[in-house]
Ligand binder design. Sequence first.
Ligand SMILES: [Zn+2]
Length: 338
Amino acid sequence: MEPKLANGLALGKLSGNDAGVTRLTPEQFAIVVREVELMLGEGERDETWRVLKMFADGRFNHSLEDFPPALQSEFRSLGPLRKKDYSSLAATIRDLRKDVFDVQGIGRLNFEGREYELLKTASRPALSPYAVQVPICLVAGVHGDEPDGILASLELARRFAQSPQLVSNYSLTIYPCVNPVGYEHMTRENGGGKDLNREFFRNSTEEEVVVMERELRAHEFVGFISGHSDYESFGLYAYATGAILSERLAKPALFQASSVIPINTDAIIDGHAAQNGIINQKFPGSLGPLSKGASEPFDITVETPNLFALSKRVEAQAIAFETILHEYRAVAAEAVNL
Ligand SMILES: [Zn+2]
């Protein structure tokens, strides 16, 4: 047994992204069992099913049969296929406080005879003409099997609305679910089978990409935050690219969020060199800010481990998002001199 590290740093390593089967140690698998039981106890049936399905599909060195019999029979009772409902998510998005947020449709998708409206929610401008509000963008749900970011972006919106300090200092635009068809089917890819996070800024004709690129061209965001989830990581980590202050924001974000989920301190995460849970590279084609104008936007992607209970992942990401906003005010003043 390795020694326990301070501040909830993650122990052990999982296989890299290229491995066909992700290896979990017996200790890690025991944690997964506990997390899945917690999630089921919290009524997260879809997400319980989705995580167990990954084991049933042979993605790990443990199989469905390694779980306690009660979880196995629960999984079977949940059926061979499940689907979520985007329209109820859209209703939740439209339910955000209307005095703070304005929800708008930004495009439509058609899939299997159904229409999906892509939504954004933007905080309303300050009433005072003297207010200076920093434009920040938050994107989630690019991968349909990662509900963490979607729910965390809505949780951030609720916390934002309750913070006069955040409301007065930021113009916050949230794209809570970029891939609605993937969300419904709980797949990484969109309805056309594409991993959208490899399609950006490459002349893609995928409608989700066309819509988001149009949005990014129309706005000048100073900061770009996104939420993702990784089933091959056993701890939190972040991609911090773009402006030099990205890392300065990502570090306190991970630190605060590690009160909920440990940080992944592996030297290699997702095929990239990492230090203290921070990666300074990105996959080509991933969604990020458009550099334009004089200043380069900060660009932070928060990744939560997909095998933890959804409630913890959402809380960790919401803490990370909120920390980035609070820290930016302090760091930006200093960054002028960097
Ligand atoms: Zn993702």
